[in-house]
Design a protein around this ligand. Structure first.
Ligand code: C5P
Length: 233
């Protein structure tokens, strides 16, 4: 197993990003938000103007959508104090959380060619952290199952649908997003697409520790995860 590597998976609205980032800060580790990478690639596809239904029908990467996605230059910073994501050098952190990207990201991330490309990059970033003697907390949907199956600790976060929708609403309000990209129905739709797709569907790894965050606040989840991480090391 890979000591120093923590995989955090789960559906949206479980507090995954806040938790994974907070855990990285507590552990003095790096932080990688793989969802931001899928979102940035999706933004590139949207900007290309290509119709997105192509993405849902051709999953072999032979279509134009996959070509644009593979050509997009997505770079991330792994400092948990200041996570950044850039598309061709442009900071797109705000734009990738909007309703256009949120509505299209599950279709683009179902493409196997896109997944292979980003998974390679995610593994490279994790390996680089370990080479530098740093730990890394990697957050997504398939980290424990596909990207880093040797992670020393795998956490799968869950929360009731009602709690998850409430958290997304609060997040959108706090960020001043009036268009609320993730209503309860949108959230359920995205989770269904993510869980039912053929290529690395969202599911807990056999050896993942499931943590239900419905009745815990962020500090409570962080305390639990920090205990788990320190037990493994
Ligand atoms: O975590 P976040 O909500 O930003 O992820 C956005 C979307 O990216 C997910 O709904 C999913 O379709 C995709 N994703 C994925 N695999 C990952 C991370 C995200 O397919 N490891």
């Amino acid at each position: 197993t890979l000591r120093g590597v923590v995989a955090v998976d789960g559906p949206s609205g479980t507090g995954k990003s806040t938790t994974a980032r907070g855990l990285a800060i507590r552990l003095g580790a790096r932080y990688l938000d793989t969802g931001a990478m899928y979102r940035a690639v999706t933004l590139a596809v949207l900007r290309s103007g290509l119709p997105l239904d192509v993405a849902t029908t051709s999953a072999d990467g032979s279509d134009d959508v996959a070509a644009v996605a593979l050509g997009a230059r997505v770079t991330v910073s792994t400092d948990p104090a200041e996570p950044r994501v850039r598309l061709d050098g442009e900071d797109v952190a705000a734009e990738i959380r909007g309703s256009a990207v949120t509505g299209a990201v599950s279709a683009v991330s179902a493409l196997t060619a896109v997944r292979h490309h980003l998974v390679d990059e995610q593994r490279r970033i994790a390996a680089e952290a370990l080479e530098d003697g740093a730990g890394i907390v990697v957050e997504g949907r398939d980290i424990g199952t596909v990207v880093l199956p040797d992670a020393g600790l795998k956490v799968f976060l869950t929360a009731s649908e009602l709690v998850r929708a409430g958290r997304r609403d609060a997040e959108n309000t706090a960020a001043g997003r009036a268009d609320s990209p993730d209503s309860r129905a949108d959230l359920a739709r995205r989770d269904k697409l993510d869980s039912s797709r053929a290529a690395s569907p969202l599911r807990p790894a056999d050896d993942a520790v499931e943590v239900d965050t419905s009745t815990l606040d962020i500090e409570g989840v962080l305390d639990r995860l920090q205990d788990l991480a320190e037990d493994r090391d």
